[in-house]
Design a protein around this ligand. Structure first.
Ligand code: NAD
Ligand code: UGA
Length: 458
């Protein structure tokens, strides 16, 4: 079957896979190809066991794969055939050289630009889907224009705002789609072409058209603002524990102000995920490179507060368990960076686990989706860590439970049974404030919520 347009996505990760699957579902007259340098990942996308866990994704992929959605490792063929190329490769924090630990590592991104130059045969629209430093399109254009051979490349920014765990819903019902293009005839035409894809299901008023630079910077700033809210409420949680105020009550009171809003005010052991930290550090790096040190310090504090929150959580565990956890068995309930994903990138659980291991605790990691990743994250810890998806098994003979991911099923556990199987006194540290703390105290637990008065018999 011939398709009205051929759309390629380079990078079959958490963004590329779900985004193209949803587009394929909504635009049956277009063909979508997703390519990746990692052949194992492509094989998983072509199997019944997708490489990422996302609620609702299996159905969308089942309905489109082989019809107008194809996964392949043939990047060159994909580039040759495409009219539009989305680039959704990873842009992690640089680990070497200038800007190490702060700036974006653009090597994967740059490689795609060279691949496009090498294999493209006609005109193409290149879409920046990855999160990138502001003015990256300029660098992309330089590479593309260095060797045009009569072809025209138009670079458009279309950052992705989906959250893991709700990716399909976010893609279908997102608050907005952002498309940044140059204010030229070809730029405006390219923006319209991309907007046409989204118009298949997004109301016109949610499609925002801006300059390329505003679009690139908006993505970093949106993540910085979201993370800032979590660090703000987490800073307050520390104060609550000292003053007997309750962080949930404060979040409710503050969030009821419509100017502030109630979302993203859940105190936690800290925010994780592959993007918040890297994107804020990138923003900090960009600000510093323009000598805007106060601006850089301001945003850097959001990340520092997050680190403080994780350390504070562990310090409290150690202090409350009679100043030592050496040799004690601690069950971690949840290892993913949030519920409904198996992703553990930058999960606060990694930091908490490592700090507890430094204190010589023995850990049992339990998580419904993230055990495979957790094993890799803690591969160097050896026999001090064991793994089980089952929280009941994890808690057997444990001295303490630390809730690190807000999985819904943890609220529904039989805690009386868990209490029976634990050593006494049995401690529970709720790093997500998802459990019924009074009910736990009634069972006999020593209960330590976050940003709330503890409930203990001591
Ligand atoms: P990911 O690591 O899951 O996927 C990236 C994929 O790109 C990998 O499979 C990798 O093998 C592939 N790749 C790297 N270089 C390649 C190349 N030259 N050719 C072909 N494939 C290549 O990353 P992700 O989570 O999907 O994130 C991708 C981008 O989207 C990042 O910039 C990220 O900041 C941004 N983003 C992520 C999310 C999220 O929730 N994960 C949300 C919004 C934006
Ligand atoms: C985040 C943004 O929400 C997305 O809009 C963005 O597209 C994405 O980053 C990205 O650029 O990658 P994500 O990291 O998938 O999405 O997940 P979030 O739901 O934002 O959660 C991030 C972390 O904050 C998690 O560890 C979560 O548990 C924590 N969190 C979130 C809190 O501690 N409290 C809250 O109130 C909300």
């Amino acid at each position: 079957m011939s398709h009205a347009k051929r759309i390629l996505c380079i990078g079959a990760g958490y963004v590329g896979g779900p985004t193209m699957a949803v587009m394929a579902m909504k635009c049956p007259e277009y063909r979508f190809d997703v390519v990746d340098i990692n052949p194992e990942r492509i094989a998983r996308w072509n199997s019944d066991h997708l490489p990422i866990y996302e609620p609702g994704l299996d159905e969308v992929v089942r309905g489109t794969r082989g019809r107008n959605l194809f996964f392949s490792s043939d990047i060159a063929a994909g580039i040759r055939a495409a009219d539009i190329i989305f680039v959704s490769v990873n842009t992690p924090t640089k680990t070497f050289g200038e800007g190490a630990g702060m700036a974006s590592d653009l090597q994967y991104w740059e490689r795609t630009a060279h691949e496009i130059v090498e294999h493209a045969e006609g005109d193409k629209i290149i879409v920046e889907k990855s999160t990138l430093p502001v003015r990256t399109a300029e660098a992309m254009e330089r590479i593309l224009k260095a060797n045009t051979r009569g072809r025209r490349f138009e670079v458009v920014s279309n950052p992705e705002f989906l959250s893991e765990g709700t990716a399909v819903r976010d893609l279908l019902e997102g608050d907005r789609v952002l498309i940044g293009a140059h204010d030229t005839d070809s730029g405006r035409a390219a923006a319209e072409t991309i907007a046409d894809i989204y118009r298949h299901w997004m109301p016109a008023e949610r499609i925002l058209l801006t300059s390329v630079w505003s679009s690139e910077l908006s993505k970093l700033v949106a993540n910085a603002f979201l993370a800032q809210r979590i660090s703000s409420i987490n800073a307050v949680s520390a104060l609550c524990e000292q003053t007997d105020a309750d962080v949930a009550e404060i979040a409710r009171a503050v969030g009821s102000d419509s100017r502030i809003g109630s979302k993203f005010l859940k105190a936690s052991v800290g925010f994780g995920g592959s993007c918040f930290k890297k994107d804020i550090l990138n923003l900090v790096y960009i600000a510093r490179s323009y000598h805007l040190h106060e601006v850089a310090d301001y945003w850097e504090m959001v990340v520092r507060l997050n680190e403080f929150q994780m350390q504070r959580f562990v310090r409290r565990m150690v202090r409350e368990m009679f100043n030592t956890v050496a040799g004690k068995k601690i069950a971690l309930f949840g290892f993913a960076f949030k519920a409904d994903t198996g992703d553990t990138r930058e999960s606060p659980a990694i930091t908490v686990a490592r700090l507890l291991l430094e204190e010589r605790a023995r850990l049992v990691v339990s998580d419904p989706q993230a055990i495979e990743n957790a094993r890799m994250d803690l591969a160097d810890a050896g026999d001090d860590v064991t793994y089980t998806p089952d929280p009941y098994t994890a808690a057997e003979n444990a001295d303490a439970i630390a809730v690190l991911t807000e999985w819904r099923q943890y609220r529904e556990l039989d805690f009386a049974k868990i209490f029976q199987a634990m050593r006494k006194p049995a401690f529970i540290f709720d790093g997500r404030n998802i459990l019924d703390h009074q009910a736990l105290r009634n069972i006999g637990f020593q209960v330590f919520p976050l940003g709330r008065r503890c409930l203990t018999s001591f």
